[in-house]
Ligand binder design. Sequence first.
Ligand code: FAD
Length: 268
Amino acid sequence: MTMSPSQERADFGFGDERGSRRTPLLPGASGCALASTLAKGLPNHQILLLEGGGKNDDKAYTTLAERHWALVAPGYNWGYKTIPQKHLDDREIDQSRGKGLGGSTAINFCVYTRGPEADYDRWADLVGDSDWAWKSSLSRYRRIEKCRQPSTKYQEMVHIATKDHGEDGPVDVAVPDTFEPGFTQYMDAIYKHHPKNLDVNSGNPVGAAIQQNAMVDGQRVSARTAFLKDVPSNLSIKTEITVHKVLFEGKKAVGVEHAGGKSNQAPI
Ligand SMILES: Cc1cc2nc3c(=O)[nH]c(=O)nc-3n(C[C@H](O)[C@H](O)[C@H](O)COP(=O)(O)OP(=O)(O)OC[C@H]3O[C@@H](n4cnc5c(N)ncnc54)[C@H](O)[C@@H]3O)c2cc1C
């Protein structure tokens, strides 16, 4: 590979002796899941996660009840704004994107939601690939989930059927054990005018329901906590490295250039 003077090969801590090929990924929701799956499925392959932000493991921002604060946690948000919006009094609108391990799952609101069955089937039709259909998507959801039944006092309002949900996956999903005072009466008032839906994630999201959350024991579940808790030895994670571009040889991605003008030659 030929490199321009501003590029150099960076030492990411392992050389050729440790493995044949390195695949660099950005560790947001998709990157963490992909890295974990690749590393476990391909033990002779070196996987490298490159993250522009930090580790995002400050306990002050992982409590579920405080989850809306993570959005403004120092270093957790790239802080993007739109350009001034003509039809919104020239205001710049927040376009938050998560920074650091877990990406936007470290700052999101932890609402665990799937779409309607018909949307997935239409998606599959549009792309001509039945893998996107509800049936196949459901089997993938079941693989990644570890769903818990609600506490008995809410079982009239939420029901997690095992045919629709997984119990052994890395992503903990639950509803809180306790809601605010008056919550049950509030829901009863809504049920008078809307059908009760015991599980909005069953493929039918219509009706009034309690939403499930990506949470466990009152804590946020992010892609970091779900997919990077047992890091295999062939998965390396580097934080505070902002990738500037992917380097190509023809149509083949062969490396990345990151902040500081350094590059990591990473055959894919
Ligand atoms: C405020 C907010 C609330 C949300 N609430 C919910 C919710 O309640 N429920 C829900 O299901 N979804 C929610 N979402 C959406 C959900 O979090 C995202 O759809 C999901 O995280 C996207 O995953 P991703 O892998 O595409 O990207 P991200 O999770 O955003 O990950 C991208 C990763 O790439 C890294 N990165 C980006 N550029 C570079 C670079 N140049 N160099 C190195 N690293 C880089 C980032 O730091 C980040 O770690 C919310 C999102 C936001 C922002």
